[in-house]
Every structure is written in C-alpha cells, then in structure tokens.
Design a protein around this ligand. Structure first.
Ligand SMILES: [Zn+2]
Ligand SMILES: [Zn+2]
Length: 274
C-alpha cells in the first residue's frame, strides 16, 4: 500500500516558522510561529482541519516558533509537544498553559500516526531540539536555530527523505553588517545560528556518505542573507568539490509566505489476510 507523505513550508524565518506534515489522514505542525487565524487559514487551504492535528512539535520557546502555539492548542485541543524545558519556559513566559506532551531531547514517541524523535541541538534557549518525523518509509529531519550541527542531528538525517536545515546567514555579511557586536557574537556562537557554509558542510558530508537527498535551506536572515545568496553559495561549493551534477535537490524556504512543498509516497507492507 502506498500513502502520500507531504511537507509544506508555511513560513521560515525570524518573523515566523511553521511546517505542516501530512500523511494519509494524519497531520502535525512543526513550530507554530504564526498567529492562530493565519495558521487556521493556511491549514484549511491545504485541506487540514485545525482540530484534526495530532500535535504541534515545538523546537524552542522563541516567539518566531511559538507565537500561535498556546492559543491554537487551547482553542483546538491539540497537544504541544516539546522538552520540559521548552514547555515550562513557554508557559511561564505566557503565564498560562495548554494541552501538552513532554518529549525530552533524545527521546522517541508516537504522535498520532507519526514516529517522532526529539533531537538535541545547540541554541540560546531553555532546552531546544530538532525533530525527526517519520511515517512508514518516509521521514523528515528538521533543525533550525542551532549554532552547530550536532552528531545527534547528523544521525537523525540518515535515511530521511527530506532534510530541513537552517542556512541563516552569510558569515561575512554578519561580520561586516549593521548589527551591534554583541548580536553578531550571539549569531555566530556555538549556540547561535547556522551559516550558509555550515548548511553546505552538512549536505556535502551527508550526500557523500548516504547518497542524494532533498534539502530545504531554511530560517534565512532578512539582513544577513538572501535566497539567491544561499543557493549560489551551495552551487559554488558543490562545483568546487568537483561534482558535475548536484548530489542533492537543494531549495530555499521563503521567510514570510508559504513556499516549498515536498511530496513522496510511503511504501508500507500490506499483510496478506488468510
Ligand atoms: Zn528562530
Ligand atoms: Zn531561536
């Protein structure tokens, strides 16, 4: 039996992040950094009723990832899923809680029809994570807002159909750009954000070890990057390494509007009935 596995990028960047994953009749969100009404509209336009979501996976409590999380979870009775550090900090900062389920970094659990692994990353938040979301033979590895590609995330990318990885900035643009020195240091720190170069390092090492893959460069900075710059950086890198054709299908997620859609089919074994 074959069922469609679809990933939609609804928004990706410092003004809001949300990824919708659907498979068969099931769906979930990774981050909810848009307002409730916007999320509702974007879900319904894709045939997903807000109350039918199996959960909202939260990477960390920064506003661009959680703006609509609590009101959405309360209104539609959908559980927020995250580490205890993320959820406690979020509930404290908004002074109210919501239906939730704790999934600590490194743990795996079933969220509706999906298998979800919470993957340790490094960022200046309480207890941030990336995620690996799987359904049948399909999966997605997701990490934005991390200063380094952790060994755990590298491992989570193994065998995935789609890697969504942060490509926040061009290092030179940060260094010579308008930000105050303290903010530059924060962005470039081990618990800051990944550069175009960091994202390319991951793609190249992953494809060398595991073969072709589909990648979305995401969470681009408005000030220190552009979609063209991120993509050109990638093209330059794979040419410099002597590849004639790209070992990866690399696309760029846009900041403020829904952009990329990834579709594939999950093969699941149909058991013969006797
Ligand atoms: Zn962010
Ligand atoms: Zn953040």
């Amino acid at each position: 039996m074959s069922e469609e596995f679809t990933v939609y990028c609804l928004a990706s960047g410092s003004s809001g992040n949300a990824i919708l994953v659907t498979a068969a009749d099931a769906s979930l969100l990774v981050d909810a950094g848009l307002g409730v009404r916007t999320l509702k509209r974007l879900l319904e336009a894709r045939g997903v009723a807000p109350s039918s979501l199996s959960g909202i996976l939260l990477t960390h409590e920064h506003i661009d990832h959680v703006k609509g999380a609590i009101p959405f979870a309360r209104k539609y009775n959908v559980p927020l899923v995250g580490t205890s550090g993320t959820l406690q900090t979020l509930f404290a900062q908004e002074n109210r809680d919501a239906p939730h389920r704790i999934l600590e970094a490194g743990d795996e659990g079933g969220i509706g029809a999906f298998g979800v692994r919470s993957v340790p990353i490094r960022h200046d938040a309480a207890d941030p994570t990336g995620f690996r979301v799987s359904f049948g033979s399909c999966s997605l590895a997701y990490a934005t807002d991390t200063g380094i590609v952790t060994p755990e995330f590298r491992e989570a990318c193994r065998g995935t159909s789609l890697i969504v990885i942060e490509s926040n900035h061009d290092v030179h643009k940060v260094q010579f750009g308008p930000y105050p020195e303290s903010l530059k240091a924060r962005i470039l720190a081990q618990n800051g954000h990944l550069s175009n170069s960091d994202a390319c390092d991951l793609i190249l090492s992953h494809t060398e070890e595991h073969g072709p893959v589909c990648v979305w460069l995401s969470h681009l900075s408005e000030v220190n990057n552009t979609p063209r710059m991120a993509l050109n950086y990638w093209k330059k890198r794979f040419r410099a390494e002597g590849h004639k054709t790209s070992p990866a299908a690399v696309e760029v997620a846009l900041r403020d509007v829904p952009s990329l859609v990834y579709r594939t089919h999950s093969q699941s074994v149909q058991l013969a009935l006797f």
